[in-house]
Design a protein around this ligand. Structure first.
Ligand code: ZN
Ligand code: ZN
Length: 819
């Protein structure tokens, strides 16, 4: 009898031993190829739930696999520790955010260690510690020097009665002050921006990187580049200096169909252009729209409304007067803050014109159009009509023809427009890296000198949110002296968006102790760029876009020499429970600790990979995890019980059995290796299960020699090592092999051994030859039947007919009889 598999005991033992031996500490070993296998670092929210494990455990499996393949693998771990959730949780629990965060770090570090991953903890990064955020601030200064950080105005929530800025959380019931109930308005406040728009074009390129198409598409849509024409409409209004209003359109071919223009309610011309009789109505509308968030304003569900302001512009192409409206679906910050309304050929404009009874002249005729009124906007290709000299042109040609004409006349120019706007990074909150800037009455904006970094976040500030920066009320923090003229000056009191902290954390992993720079350039050069980045797709247009922008910005400063930080990106799916996302409020959060205590970390790891394709995610299921636990118990017994050879087997049978054993073992190596490269982890696990089953049968028969048997066990253990590192190590040791299995090389397969002996099957339908198929010699009758019915060449002969019989002559022929 072998001892029982006791995961709790062996897992603790090996974790301790690996740590003592510093087995996973890595250096810049130039003799081996490097592999930077990065997983998104967790937010310090408290407990690690199974969703974290779902991100971390498969990533570790991949990293361990690359390591056994001979790569020098960096697979580090850290904590994203600044930000609103920690601050809110701290407020709720009545403790300081720093204390709350560091307690969480400690707890999560303990939980992360129970995964049994190859994290080199000497490289841990925690973004809220001064030795880290000093460099976050340093990068801010670099961006400022490069004119990529600037101060501009952006709207914040403002309560006119309390005379204060409000945080989003303090705005309740869709637009009212939490404290006094007054209607909240929007007010512009000077804040810091990063000029991400400067890289808009490059952010839409993905040269030499392997990223999921849908993430690329999401980023491209976010950047929102469109080619079009800016058209000038003539403005003649007494006392107004502007002589035109410009609009951007991708459809200059429809310009003859313009029947209204819409300005954003905040457009500076609205005040001067509104006619006296419309003043009250217009002001009322502006007040209302100030209460709406941008998301509400752009929502497709919301019915578009607006107000005519009583004045006109002239469409230069046909000389017609075009009434000016305001509507809050137009934003001042997009394009020119003005759009032309072409109701016949735009769905939104059509609905707007119907609502307000504006004319809907057709200028692009649908095929066969008989001058009838349109029932809905026509947005497909057609022929230009009611468009003077352009009549009769196909509208696709009209786009160029009208643009040429406008450019000739000086009434417009071709241009490119983007949806993306500069990144607002100021936060009126406490728990973040202070923005290292000083305001001096004489010198203006003065950056904190590098030698004075970090600008420490004072621990004794009142951090409850007011919408204003808590640091504003911390006199020791605010009051300083100007680095230029030594006069009394004031510090910036906003903190940075935490996405600035996560822009560069992976660079810090290469040299976490570096104290004279954010990273050691030599070490960075060795490790970067990241070879594989795994994490959730929810970061597509935030972290993943910001980090690409940041990398390009510091490349242009000469700090790094790559264009893209993440060569390959892989997004895992989500673990759900009873068809629902896990959440505290639903009470369906799965805590890994209980399962680790019950079935062991290796079982949880293997189960998470087995449950579904990693990129899709799947449903957590207790009976599924028991199945995996039973499998690992079978592996345990299979490896540790003695092998006894059946000495009576005849030599031919032995030869055949040995050939089969080596074929199946090598097929498994190939499949497992390819699955790991492709990150198809669920099929990798089922392949390993199949091998286990096969070996169990082979053991029962005892036909093969003990040395062949041992070789297959050796390979099985090495293939298991990334998935179940503790179990594999224990079995490796118990079978007298040399410590550590994790320093062994990954097994290679022999292509000649992988090949199954194959046969050719003739396929007939009603006795007539229709196809030939190549199949493994081991094919069963059931498999052969299924295979032929799916053949493209066979399908036409059996489609719609009744199958009456299938005759199978093993190894030679299959005849389908249909009526
Ligand atoms: Zn108020
Ligand atoms: Zn000064």
């Amino acid at each position: 009898m072998v001892a029982e598999y006791n995961p709790q005991e062996i897992e603790k033992k090996w974790q301790q031993k690996w740590a003592e031996d510093k087995l996973y500490e890595v250096t810049e070993d130039k003799s081996r190829p490097k592999f930077f296998d990065l997983t998104m670092f967790p937010y310090t929210s408290g407990d690690l739930h199974i969703g974290h494990w779902y991100a971390m455990a498969p990533a570790d499996v991949h990293a361990r696999f690359k390591r056994m393949q001979g790569y020098n693998v960096l697979h580090p771990m850290g904590f994203d520790a600044f930000g609103l959730p920690a601050e809110n949780a701290a407020i709720k629990h009545g403790i300081h955010p720093f204390k709350w965060t560091m307690q969480n770090v400690e707890n999560m570090r303990r939980q992360l260690k129970s995964i049994g991953a190859i994290y080199d903890w000497s490289r841990e990064v925690v973004t809220c510690l001064p030795d880290y955020y000093k460099w976050t601030q340093w990068f801010f200064l670099k961006l400022y020097e490069a004119d990529l950080a600037y101060r501009g105005k952006a709207p914040v929530n403002w309560c006119p009665r309390c005379q204060t800025v409000l945080a989003n959380e303090q705005v309740v019931n869709e637009g009212f002050c939490e404290r006094c109930g007054a209607a909240v308005t929007r007010r512009d406040l000077a804040q810091w921006f990063f000029r991400i728009t400067k890289y808009a074009d490059e952010l839409m390129e993905y040269r030499d990187i392997d990223w999921p198409e849908r993430i690329k598409l999401m980023q491209k849509n976010w950047v929102g580049k469109s080619q079009g024409t800016e058209i000038s409409f003539a403005l003649e209004h007494p006392g107004v200096a502007e002589k035109e209003i410009r609009v951007f359109t991708t459809r200059p071919d429809t310009t003859f169909g313009v029947t209204f223009m819409v300005l954003a309610p905040e457009h500076p011309l609205v005040a001067v252009l509104t006619s006296p009789d419309k003043k009250a109505e217009v002001e009322n509308y502006i007040t209302q729209s100030r209460r709406r968030s941008e998301i509400e304003r752009l929502s497709v569900e919301k019915e578009k409304d607006g107000v005519f302001i009583g004045t006109y512009v002239i469409n230069r192409l046909n000389g017609e007067k075009v009434p000016i409206w305001i509507a809050d679906y137009v934003l001042l910050s997009y394009g020119t803050g003005a759009v032309m309304g072409v109701p016949a050929h735009d769905e939104r404009d059509f609905a707007f014109a119907k609502k307000y009874n504006l004319p809907i002249p057709v200028v692009i005729a649908p095929p066969g159009w008989q001058e009838e009124e349109l029932e809905e906007a026509y947005t497909e290709p057609g022929t230009m009509v009611n468009s003077a000299q352009f009549n009769g042109l196909p509208n696709e040609q009209g786009i160029d023809a009208v643009s040429d004409f406008l450019e000739e006349k000086g009434w417009g120019k071709r241009t490119v427009s983007y949806k993306i706007r500069d990144w607002l990074i100021s936060r009126q909150r406490y728990w973040g890296a202070p923005i290292p800037m000083i305001y001096c009455e004489k010198c203006g904006i003065v950056p904190v000198p590098e030698k004075d970094l970090p600008v420490l976040l004072p621990e004794d500030a009142e951090f409850r949110p007011t919408g204003e920066s808590p640091l504003k009320y911390h006199e020791q923090f605010v009051n300083t002296t100007c680095p230029c003229c030594s006069a009394p000056a004031k510090r910036e009191t906003d903190t940075m968006d935490t996405f600035m902290c996560s822009n560069w954390y992976f660079l810090r992993y290469t040299s976490p102790g570096c104290d004279n720079a954010p990273f050691d350039p030599e070490k960075l050069k060795y490790w970067l760029p990241v070879d594989l980045y795994t994490g959730g797709a929810e970061h597509a247009v935030m972290h993943l876009l910001y980090a690409r922008f940041f990398a390009k910005a510091i490349r242009d400063m000469g700090l790094v020499d790559f264009d893209e930080p993440f060569t390959r990106l892989f997004n895992q799916g989500t673990i759900i429970v009873e068809k629902q996302k896990m959440s505290k409020s639903r009470g369906n959060v799965i805590t890994p600790d209980e399962y680790v205590a019950e079935v062991g970390a290796d079982t949880v790891r293997a189960y998470l990979m087995f449950v579904a394709p990693w990129e899709q995610g799947g449903e957590w299921n207790d009976s599924g995890i028991s199945g995996v636990s039973r499998w690992l118990n079978r592996v345990w017994n299979l490896v540790l019980t003695d092998y006894s050879q059946n000495k009576n087997a005849n030599p031919d049978d032995r030869k055949k059995a040995e050939r089969e054993l080596s074929r199946i073992t090598h097929q498994t190596i190939k499949k497992v290796t390819e699955d790991l490269e492709k990150i198809h982890l669920n099929t990798m696990i089922s392949t390993l299960m199949e091998l286990t089953n096969y070996l169990a049968k082979a053991k029962e028969k005892g036909t093969v020699t003990p040395s062949d048997w041992e070789e297959s066990i050796d390979i099985l253990l090495r293939l298991l090592a990334p998935t179940t590192p503790h179990l594999a190590e224990e079995l490796w040791q118990r079978t007298g092999r040399e410590y550590s299995i994790h320093n062994q090389s990954w097994p290679h397969w022999d292509e000649a051994l992988v090949k199954e002996e194959e046969i050719t099957l003739v396929v007939q339908v009603n006795g007539k030859l229709r196809d030939r198929i190549t199949a493994p010699v081991s094919i069963t009758e059931t498999e052969a039947r299924e295979l032929v019915l799916e053949r493209e060449r066979v399908k036409p002969y059996i489609a719609g007919k009744q199958l009456s019989n299938i005759i199978y002559v093993p190894g030679r022929l299959i005849n389908i009889v249909v009526k």
